[in-house]
Design a protein around this ligand. Structure first.
Ligand SMILES: [Zn+2]
Length: 248
C-alpha cells in the first residue's frame, strides 16, 4: 500500500516535471527498489530520525524482556536520550557520528578512552569527580554481561554511522497519515464507501488551506445551490442570481 502510494506520487511529480532526488522514510527499502524497477529512476533515500531512534530503543527493550541481561527502564531512557543527542549533534559529520557512537557504551561503563570533550563531561573536567547524573545511583554501569549485549546492539548502529549523519524527517508524512485516519478511521472501513474520497480530500484541503477550508466549502455550496435554482427556476433574473451569490 505504502509502496504503491509512493510510486503513484513519484509518477505524478515526474509528469509535472518536478525533480525528485531524495525520499525520506523508515528503514524499509521496498519503495526505493520498486521505483527503480518500475520507473527506472535512481532516488537517494534518507532515513527518518525518529524511526532510527525507535529501532535502537526497541532492541534495548527486547534485551530487557529477554532477561538475557539486567537493564532498567531508567538506563534505556538514558540511552535513548543519548542517541537522540548524538543524531542531532552530528548531522553532516560522519566521522563525528562514528566517534560519538563508538564512545557511547564504554562511556556509560566508566571507560572514557574513546570520549572527546565535545560530548564527555569527564574529559571536559578531569580534575572533578564525574557523576553519571542520569544513571542509577549516579554511577557508571558495571555488569560485563550487559556490556557485551550492548556492544552487540550498537555494532550495526556504528556500522551505519555515515548513513545516520544525513538523516531526514518523515514527521510531516506521519502527520498527514494521522490527519487522514482521524476523518477515516481504519476500523470503520470507509474503503468501500464513496465518502472515503470526501474524507481524504477534506483532509488534503485542511492541510493545504488550513481551517478556512470549511467556509470555502460552504461558499462553493451556496454558489452551486444558487446556480441550480437559477437553472430550475429561470424566473429569477440574472441580477437577482448575482445578488444571491454576493450576499452569501
Ligand atoms: Zn566519557
Amino acid at each position: 500500500m505504502e509502496a504503491m502510494a509512493g510510486i503513484q506520487a513519484i509518477k505524478e511529480m515526474m509528469s509535472q516535471k518536478t525533480p525528485v532526488e531524495v525520499i525520506e522514510g523508515d528503514g524499509d527499502n521496498t519503495v526505493i527498489s520498486r521505483i527503480e524497477n518500475e520507473l527506472g529512476v535512481r532516488i537517494k533515500k534518507k532515513l527518518d530520525r525518529n524511526h532510527c531512534v525507535k529501532n535502537v530503543t526497541k532492541h534495548l527493550y527486547d534485551l530487557k524482556n529477554s532477561k538475557a541481561a539486567k537493564i532498567s527502564n531508567q538506563v534505556i531512557q538514558h540511552f535513548t536520550k543519548c542517541i537522540k543527542y548524538i543524531f542531532a549533534k552530528n548531522q553532516g559529520d560522519p566521522d563525528g557520528m562514528r566517534e560519538n557512537l563508538e564512545a557511547l557504551v564504554p562511556h556509560q561503563f566508566g571507560d572514557h578512552t574513546k570520549c572527546v570533550p565535545r560530548f564527555c563531561g569527564y574529559k571536559r573536567r578531569p580534575a572533578q569527580t564525574y557523576l553519571h547524573r542520569s544513571l542509577p545511583y549516579k554511577t557508571s554501569l558495571s555488569d560485563p554481561v550487559l556490556k557485551e549485549k550492548l556492544d552487540k546492539i550498537f555494532e550495526p548502529v556504528i556500522a551505519k554511522a555515515t548513513l545516520y549523519s544525513d538523516l531526514g524527517s518523515s514527521q510531516a508524512c506521519e502527520h498527514a497519515n494521522r490527519a487522514v485516519s482521524l476523518r477515516a478511521p481504519k476500523h470503520l472501513h470507509y474503503g468501500e464507501s464513496q465518502s472515503l474520497d470526501f474524507r481524504v480530500k477534506a483532509t488534503a484541503a485542511c492541510m493545504n488551506e488550513g481551517r478556512k477550508y470549511l467556509p470555502e466549502v460552504d461558499k462553493f455550496d451556496v454558489i452551486l445551490r444558487c446556480l441550480l435554482s437559477f437553472v430550475q427556476f429561470p424566473v429569477v433574473s440574472f441580477d437577482h442570481f448575482l445578488q444571491l451569490i454576493f450576499e452569501n
